[in-house]
Design a protein around this ligand. Structure first.
Ligand SMILES: [Zn+2]
Length: 201
């Protein structure tokens, strides 16, 4: 975590207290507020999508969040971030996970609505996670990509009390009205759900 820590004295105070385990989200500097560099997942780096490709909201107050939607990018990690930054592309996701090292980019705040499901109702209810790769190139689905994504999904499920099951962690192709096939037949759901379960314990 390379972000500046503006309140070292409070950090020391917290560390020195008997309660040594402080949830990241409770630390004052982790609050979103006006800080555009705030991320919702401690391992993510902030790579914002343009505001032209998302809808500002105040979830989960404005819209309950009860789904995680799994995608595959069909292009590179770098190009995906470029698309999300380009006004007029009309697409974004909350997170993008890189194939080679599992690096996680956060592009849209979880409180806001990303445009990834191709279905407005599902957009309002979900967190979208893109994975670098192609549906017909399973080599992109690396161990570290599965592991980092599963940690992220487990974190989201814990935060919003989303059940860690396939009714709530779904594929893009399972969204009603979707004409997309991602994450495709090579995405190992059994393995992924096992990792999500393990990470959530
Ligand atoms: Zn998709």
């Amino acid at each position: 975590m390379e972000r500046a820590r503006p309140l070292p004295s409070r950090r020391r105070l917290l560390k020195g207290a008997a309660l040594t385990v402080v949830p990241y989200a409770l630390l004052p500097e982790a609050r979103a507020g006006a800080d555009t560099h705030a991320v919702d997942h401690p391992l993510a780096e902030w790579q914002p999508a343009t505001s032209a490709n998302r809808t500002s909201a105040n979830r989960p107050t404005s819209h309950p969040i009860d789904l995680v939607i799994i995608h595959v990018t069909q292009t590179s990690y770098r190009k995906t971030l470029g698309v999300f930054r380009s006004p007029g592309k009309q697409v974004s996701a909350h997170y993008v996970v890189r194939s080679r090292d599992g690096n996680i980019a956060q592009c849209v705040r979880e409180a806001d609505i990303a445009w990834h499901a191709g279905n407005w109702d599902y957009n309002t209810r979900s967190i979208g996670i893109e994975h670098e790769g192609w549906v017909d190139r399973p080599a992109y689905f690396t161990d570290v990509l599965y592991e980092q994504s599963a940690r992220l999904t487990a974190d989201i499920c814990a935060k919003y009390a989303i059940p860690r099951d396939r009714a709530h962690i779904i594929a893009h192709y399972e969204v009603p009205g979707s004409d997309h096939t991602d994450p495709g037949p090579h995405w190992d759901w059994e393995r992924y759900m096992r990792l999500v379960e393990r990470a959530g314990q």
